[in-house]
Structures are given as structure tokens and as C-alpha cells.
Design a protein around this ligand. Sequence first.
Ligand SMILES: *Cc1c(COP(=O)(O)O)cnc(C)c1O
Length: 439
Amino acid sequence: MPQPDLLQRSLAAVWHPCTQMKRHETLPPVAIAHGEGAWLIDADGHRLLDGISSWWVNLFGHCNPRINAALREQLDTLEHVLLAGFTHEPVVALSERLAALTGQRLGHAFYASDGASATEIALKMSAHYWRNHGQPGKHRFVSLAGGYHGETVGALAVTDVPIFRDAYADLVKPGATVPCPDARLAAPGETPADVARRAAAALEAHLAEHHDETAALIVEPLVQGAAGMVMYDPEYLRLARALCERYRVHLVADEIAVGCGRTGSFFACEQAGVWPDFLCLSKGISGGYLPLSLVLSTDEVYAAFYADDAARGFLHSHSYTGNPLACRAALATLEIFAEEDVLAANQERAVLLHRAMEEHFGNHPAARHLRSRGMILAFDVAGAGADFGRRFFAAALAHGVLLRPIGNTVYFMPPYIVDEAETAHLMRGARAALDAALA
Ligand SMILES: *Cc1c(COP(=O)(O)O)cnc(C)c1O
């Protein structure tokens, strides 16, 4: 019986993320032995459908044959080389492909490893841009209520999730928070676009007063993930883009969770027809294989750093910046997008998923605000009670489904390969878990 032993060893030696470790006394971690498509399999052969793409990173399934083959080849070619003073085929090809996906609007890719590092880079680049332009006073940031941009100390300045921020409040130089255009805030007779206009008016009031000290507005386009899959109308992005233009403030699109096709278009911003000054990607970009993040920026931003003076350059770095294996996994991921017309297939898949959610929860007495945007689906649970998330999670495990509610919001973010049978399994498991967690 290797599994109980592995759990003991894990609890003794591994400090798990986002976890009060004492809670593992009653609900131990799940030991996964291998992965296969949309499924995670434990040592005893129990199969779990990965309904959240292993924290929103896995796009084309576990142990995807194409990505595996690309990585094997890369492994025997070049595993890593520093990117300062050196370059290599995977990082160049990936940067070119990403630039092409933005229509060459965001043609300069700066690399890091985790999402939070991409946030840090975008914020630093924005403030440094204004400094290089002789406006060093523009170094403050604005973000949306409930926004999440990572948990390093700099990223926490623009992350408005109390449980992640409160204990470290004294370490953080807080930014300003403006209202979120959450479509659920619509008054009777109001449309989501009306809510967006109301929130944009509040942003305008803030920028009118503070633009002299503001470097950038950072948003999660269309869906605020960690806030509990809060969805809003694309109109907000159009208005925010225009306001940023008018008040000379950068727009940073944190597409770490919503990019890579998650909301239906490759970049979520495309649905609003706007482009940011900085676009952050991570999570799905490597297919969920390896830590990789990046910030795309414009010619104009790039030019502000291009000079004889070293100090005008962007001297930020991480040891694994542009790691060839991670870039190769990302290239294989983008090849799947290009060759299998993933966005079109996902349109149908998203319709099936939404229909199945409606079927299982549309008339459930506790389910509220059923919503979806592409391959993100969610609903809120009335009367969820304390510790709902943990109870739901445990009940879902017993039904062969991996789901982790955020607060009282149940959400689905499956890999882009779930078929009809898997969709039915996912929703049936979720329904059984909801009834168990409310019992
Ligand atoms: C996950 C996430 C991050 C942080 O990424 P990490 O890799 O966990 O540091 C930042 N922004 C958004 C929108 C995210 O969902």
C-alpha cells in the first residue's frame, strides 16, 4: 500500500500551497499517480475528472501526446540556457507566434515563470516607462474591486482578495481600487452593459483626479477568476481603453487565466475589440506543463527603454527566463490551436457544457446566477453555509470529479478536450456533490 505512506511523507515534508495544513488532519491530500486526458488517476486506479484544468493551466489534457513528443525532442536538444546575451529557437519562434496572434500590436515578449512575476513585470515596466518619459510621479496603480493578479508582495498591491492580502497589508504599497462591473450588480431593468457604464464612470472620476500619479490600470478582461468567476460586459473594456487613452494611463490586461482561448477568443480582449499596452499570459500558455509567463508590449513601450544608457533599459530578470523546455511546450500548445481549430470546436463544447449546467442546476432551488463565458462556467449557491467549499470538494471527489468552489461559487473550467460523456459525468458529479454539501 504505497499511498498512505506517500500521504504521511507528503504531510511531513511538503508545505502545500493555499492550504491551512492542519485541515489535512481531516481531509488528507489526494495522491495522483498519473494523468490521462481530462483524467487524474490515483495509485488505486480511482479516476477523477479534472473539472478545473488543475488550477486553470491544463488546456489539452494530461500527458498530451503532441506536447509530450515536443518536450522529449527538446530535452535531447537544449534544456536551458540563460537568456541574457543568448537566444534560442523556441523562445524566438514563440515570441513571433504570439506577436502574430496580436496582429503585431504587441510585438515584444518579456518572459518569466509564474503569473505573479508577469504582473510584477507589467507594473514595473509601466512605471519605468513613465520615468523614462520624464514623469516619475506616475507610479501608482488602479485595479478593480475583487481583482486578483497574484500573491507576491508587488502583485498584492493590485490584488483585492482579503484572505490573500490582509496578513501582509503592512508589506504592501496599496493601489487604488475602483468598482467592478460585475453583471450580477444589475438593478431590475438594467443590462450588463449598463453596469459596465456605471463602473466606467467611477473609473473616469478616479482617473480625472489621479491621472498625474497613475501609471496603469490593471484588469482581468471579461472574467475575474479568483473573485469567484465574476463576469462582466465587454463594454467595460472599451470604455476603460478610451479612458486610459484620454488620461494617459497604461492598460494592463492580465490574461493569465482568461487568455489562451479560455473565454472563447484567443485573447479575452479581442471580444471587446481593444488591445492593451501590456498583456500578461501564463497558466495555459505552456499547456499546463511547465511554469512559463510573459508580458507582451507595444513598439511604443519598447522604444521608451531603447537607449545608450543601461539604466533606461528594463534590467529585470529571472534565472529561468525564456526556458527552452517551457517555450517548446508553449509552441506545441499553439500548434494545436492552429492545426485543430480549437476555438471553433470550443464554441460547440461551451454550448454543450452550458446546456448541461442548465439541465443539472437550472431549476435547483439553491443555484443562482448561472453564467458562462466560453469555457468558464459558474453559479452561486444560496445558503451554502460555513465550509461549503471543502464539503463540496470532498463530496465531488467521492463522485469522481475534481472541483473546488470559491466561497459559495461552484465553477467549471475543464480542459478543451472534454467530450459529451465527460461533460455529463462532470455535471452529474457536481449535482451529487451540491446536494451532499447542502444536506
Ligand atoms: C493565477 C493568476 C495569477 C497568478 O499566477 P501564478 O502563476 O499563480 O503566480 C495572476 N493573475 C490571474 C488573473 C490569475 O488567475
